[in-house]
Ligand binder design. Structure first.
Ligand code: ZN
Ligand code: ZN
Length: 571
């Protein structure tokens, strides 16, 4: 048993005593004892064997007894006893930066939250805003904390990695000489959560580039540094930079972008055509003559294919599709003309309709859907039917002052029995969503969707599977099950662009677009103006689902959106 393990036990006890509101004196005593034990150079086990535990300053009879039991048995009956009535998830919650024992206890006792998953969901759905001290700032702080915790346990959501890698690339462009630079790996493919941040740089003089990289401002730690490869810790993430020769740039970028499955298939194709493909280039099998490698295009073209966008490289049939020459022109950020799902101060948003509209205009949009919550949800201040005149007046006013088309939207809750809150002829865009009774079995959930689709005829179903990125939980349905209903009742599935939702996921988009030939609706679900920029994450996921601009309603003109709203969606 190491000193650190014993210290951990004492800290754990201190935490639980703090959760339970025990005396500050006792809590301190355990914390201090933990620090002491950590700092003793001699193994605590030796001190105990000599019977000298209580000689250590800060360790009295009581604490000594607990240490002794732990050293003897590897267990602590005291810890067991005091933690009996505390949910296990609370301990994991306290690992999240920003959550101390008191807050964890409050979240449990005041909101029934017992795990990080439950906390995350409640934060995403703004369900804690009724608690004392829980404003938008606190929500953000805790969500950031959860993300930080996850990174430390090895997972990185795309939205955290993108800006960090972007900063690295921008910095290097200004401070080092090279021919080309690009992210690689799952980051370049736009996966919703990624394994690591890889950056490739094309240069025949790599040493100064590595030098500049490890000396970047904001580097907290240099993890490794060689002549052609270095790793640093920056912005809370590990970023790896790898230099490759200029003449192999395309081959290396292709190789390190992956995916593995895509590359295997591509290599097989190369062999069939009498080539071998590796990170240095494409070579003739018999003569070893290099036929391509400078650019990715060269390589794909030499294999008889058009260049395949990285977001499609998952071996989901993209190579076969490329062979037929029918690759879609994937949707891009510059195609986007509007956002289909945002909130304002009329429900639980923090910015006014006008502020949201100004941000939309700033992003170059032509139109915007303000879609505040209808009443009845567990959120503060949902719209009631009698609020509609004020809501619509505010929207019309902003439409005039900002100068973009603003649609009157409403996000209504599909109740546990499948009935819908309210609809109104004055609502132009009706969004239906499940926010309550999330744990129902599959059939119940699908019945709920079907009843609402049939009776309320919503235009869009928001965050259809309720997933929170990479976590268990979400509704007991798959995207394809919901999509089947969407297709039957002509309801458009949303791709919710909240960084931790991205729901429906990329495979869902692929199913919607290629199997049902239906469009998807990108909605940032922004609760403040800054969140409108999350559209980019949605666009990336839509690309991963092979969506071209036609299949993304957000690329349509306001007029075309109006036509769609009128067609077959009479209420
Ligand atoms: Zn919602
Ligand atoms: Zn919403």
């Amino acid at each position: 048993m190491t000193n650190q393990e014993v210290a951990n036990l004492l800290r754990q006890i201190a935490k639980i005593l703090e959760i339970k509101g025990d005396s500050t004196f006792r809590i301190r005593a355990y914390e201090e004892a933990a620090t002491r034990v950590e700092n003793i150079p001699e193994p605590i086990e030796d001190i105990w064997k000599r019977g000298e535990l209580t000689n250590v300053p800060g360790i009295g009879e009581g604490i000594a007894a607990k240490i002794e039991e732990y050293l003897k048995t590897g267990e602590s009956s005291y810890l067991e006893e005091i933690s009996k009535d505390i949910p296990k998830g609370l301990f994991e919650m306290m690992e999240v930066p920003g959550i101390g024992p008191r807050l964890a206890w409050r979240l449990y006792t005041e909101a029934g939250i017992q795990s990080i998953e439950e906390l995350e969901r409640a934060l995403v759905e703004h369900k804690l805003q009724g608690l004392r001290g829980f404003g938008a700032k606190m929500e953000k702080k805790l969500l950031d904390g959860i993300q930080m915790y996850r990174q430390l346990s090895g997972r990185i959501p795309l939205y955290l990695a993108l800006p960090i890698v972007h900063n690295v690339i921008t910095y290097l462009k200004g401070h080092a000489k090279f021919v080309d630079i690009a992210p690689a790996g799952s980051l370049r493919r736009g996966r919703a959560d990624i394994g690591d941040c890889d950056v490739l740089v094309a240069t025949d003089d790599p040493v100064p580039v590595m030098e500049a990289f490890v000396k970047m401002p904001g580097v907290a730690q240099v993890l490794a540094k060689g002549d052609t490869k270095a790793s640093v810790f920056t912005g809370g993430l590990q970023v790896d930079l790898r230099a490759v020769p200029v003449e192999s740039w395309g081959a290396a970028l292709q190789y390190f972008t992956g995916s593995k499955a895509h590359n295997i298939k591509l290599r097989e194709l190369a062999i069939k055509k009498g080539y071998k493909l590796n990170e240095y280039g494409l070579f003739k099998m018999d003569t070893d003559e290099k036929v391509a490698g400078r650019t990715e295009e060269e390589i794909y073209n030499a294999l008889g294919l058009p260049w395949i966008p990285p977001t499609m490289r998952e071996d989901r049939g993209e190579i076969e599709l490329a062979m037929t020459g029918k690759l879609p022109r994937l949707v891009e950020m510059k195609d986007i003309k509007g956002d289909l799902h945002v909130h304002s101060t009329f429900s639980d948003g923090t910015d006014t309709v006008e502020t949201m509209a100004r941000k939309a205009k700033e992003m170059g949009y032509e139109w915007l859907v303000i879609s505040d919550h209808a009443t009845g949800l567990g959120v503060v201040g949902g719209l009631k039917p009698e609020d509609l005149p004020d809501y619509i007046a505010a929207i019309k006013e902003a439409e005039k002052s900002v100068g973009i088309r603003i649609f009157v939207g409403l996000e209504g809750n599909i109740k546990a029995d499948g009935t819908f809150l309210f609809t109104d002829d004055r609502v132009e865009v009706l969004i239906a969503a499940i926010h309550t009774a999330l744990n129902q079995e599959k059939e119940k959930i699908l019945d709920r969707y079907e009843k609402t689709f049939k009776e309320a005829k919503p235009h869009i179903v928001a965050h259809p599977t309720g997933r929170i990125l990479g976590r268990r939980g979400g509704l007991n349905v798959t995207s394809s099950e919901v999509l089947q209903l969407c297709s039957k009742y002509d309801v458009v599935p949303e791709l919710n662009c909240t960084p931790m939702r991205l729901d429906i996921d990329d495979v869902g988009v692929l199913t919607a677009v290629t199997q049902y030939h239906m469009p998807v609706a990108l909605g940032t679900d922004a609760h403040d103006a800054e969140e409108l920029v999350n559209m980019e994450l949605g666009v990336i996921q839509a690309q991963r689902g092979w969506a071209d601009a036609d299949h993304v309603i957000n690329t349509w003109s306001a007029k075309k959106v109006e036509e769609w709203l009128r067609s077959g969606h009479k209420q």
